[in-house]
Design a protein around this ligand. Structure first.
Ligand code: SAH
Length: 221
């Protein structure tokens, strides 16, 4: 498939490919579209320069403002759970470095990303534009309120952990739309919850433990 923001021969082909083999083999990621996008997006350009050599390893890494770029596995898992087909408009909360936005941007029509820390919102957009990704809009705001003017969304991905499901996000989902979010009573450890909007409310499933930075805001911590 054509991937926007695809890395040229950049010297990271081998570690990137190993990362993808690990996602498929060890972690059981099965969505080949997700794997193929992650085999193309230059993750090293979304981490601080001093950490570039670690960009394709199996862990989260620090970015500015005490935040983190999520572990490749969790990016793949959350993206896979949304079962994206290509025509969707997706809301992402917690743009951080912009890496997850870059992955989504290649799988859907349009990504609306919200980031509460101004410097991150700005660099995320620079990172995306820098590799030629143009179908992501980023807003500096509290994402627990969603982004009402562009709602409803076909899918919503929240990359920070909250105490429960923020109601505005459920309300801004299309019927049948999916929301993936880390939820738990402890700000540092959560369970990955997959919620699906129904005519009358929503259903939700627990997809296992995870550890995210806290979702801070009106409907978060
Ligand atoms: N998806 C990001 C992960 C960033 S970590 C990446 O690929 O790099 C989670 C981010 O959520 C942090 O940048 C944090 O500032 C942000 N965040 C926390 N609470 C938020 C809120 N209420 N609204 C928007 N962003 C929030």
């Amino acid at each position: 498939m054509e991937v926007a923001g695809k890395a040229a021969m950049d010297g990271y082909e081998i570690p990137r490919q190993k990362m993808v083999e690990r996602l498929r083999g060890h972690y059981g990621i099965a969505d080949e579209r997700v794997l193929s996008v992650m085999n193309a997006v230059p993750r090293h350009l979304f981490v601080p320069e001093a950490l570039r050599s670690q960009a394709y390893k199996d862990n989260a890494l620090p970015i500015a403002a005490g935040q983190t770029i999520s572990q490749p596995f969790i990016v793949a898992r959350m993206t896979e759970l949304l079962e994206l087909r290509g025509r969707e408009r997706v809301l992402e909360i917690g743009a951080g470095s912009g890496y997850q936005s870059a992955v989504l941007a290649n799988l859907v029509k349009k990504v609306y990303a919200v980031e509460r820390i101004e410097v991150l919102a700005k660099t995320a957009l620079e990172n995306l534009r820098g590799i030629g990704i143009n179908n992501v809009s980023i807003r500096n705001a509290d994402g627990t309120n969603g982004w009402p003017v562009y709602s409803p969304f076909d899918a919503i991905l929240v990359a920070a952990g909250g105490p429960n499901l923020p109601k505005p996000l459920i309300d801004q989902l299309e019927i049948g739309g999916r929301l993936v979010i880390p939820v738990g009573p402890d700000p540092k450890h959560q369970d990955l919850v997959l919620a699906t909007r129904t005519e009358t409310g929503f259903t939700s499933e627990n997809r296992g433990p995870c550890a995210f930075v806290p979702l801070i805001g009106e409907h978060g911590w």
